[in-house]
Design a protein. Structure first.
Length: 241
């Protein structure tokens, strides 16, 4: 079941407890460490389960200051070795500068970001601080504040929402501490996940990027129709031209 948004989280059936008044049985150091450890283990399970997966991605992007927009559909392929590639589906619609300066750069970040274990969301790379716990129908969602321990490409400052029972991620939100490009001044994002058969699968991404020369860029990506393929074709797929 997909995690409700913040407005629904304040409904009468949901208890939101802030960090200053957390229930002892949920907020003990041992329990919080157990939740974080479940998340670290869940990341590995998630990566293994998604090998061979394919998902359609519909990307909408725009450069508001230039009044230019673009839309592209791609197939996101994860090989049996965990490598992410993209295959364009249909024709790009919109201004070429949006595809070149926004969409293509996003896909490059998507391909490279999670392949590097050095930037994984783990206690080795981040400080975890509990911000709040959401309880709904006896299920707990833990909201941690993440502070990177160093400035490195791919690390971000923000929040991580976790399913208390499985440790699977439900939401990531924040700002990258280092863009990795002279053309990008800042990258802010929200990633929403949904649970499918006990595995957390990316559902939606919203990102705002400050790009030098062309100004602010906005991008929205919707992920759908996940399928799994076991043959060798998942090891390499055509990239977006």
């Amino acid at each position: 079941m997909r995690l409700p948004n913040l407005l629904l989280a304040f409904a009468a059936t949901v208890l939101v407890v802030q960090a200053a008044d957390l229930p002892k049985n949920y907020a003990t150091p041992d329990n919080l460490n157990n939740v974080i450890n479940r998340y670290v283990a869940a990341q590995q399970a998630q990566q293994e389960a998604l090998r061979g997966a394919r998902m359609e991605v519909e990307i909408d992007a725009q450069l508001p200051s230039l009044e230019k927009k673009g839309k592209l559909r791609v197939l996101r392929v994860i090989s049996k070795f965990g490598k992410i590639t993209f295959d364009q589906i249909g024709q790009f619609i919109g201004d070429p500068i949006v595809k070149k300066q926004v969409i293509t750069k996003y896909l490059e970040l998507e391909q490279n970001e999670r392949e590097k274990g050095s930037i994984a969301i783990t206690p080795a790379n981040y400080k975890f601080q509990i911000n709040a716990i959401i309880t709904q129908e006896e299920k707990q969602t833990y909201i941690f504040k993440l502070t990177p321990k160093r400035k490195a490409i791919g690390l971000f400052k923000g929040e991580l929402w976790l399913d208390g029972a499985t440790g699977m991620p439900l939401k990531e939100t924040g700002q990258m501490v280092k863009s990795g490009s002279a053309w990008l001044k800042s990258i802010r994002f929200v990633r929403d996940y949904e649970m499918r058969d006990g595995i957390s699968v990316l559902k939606h991404l919203q990102s705002t990027v400050d790009v030098r020369v062309v100004g602010k860029a906005e991008l929205s990506a919707n992920y759908s129709n996940p399928t799994w393929q076991e043959d060798e074709q998942t090891a390499s797929a055509p990239s977006v031209p």
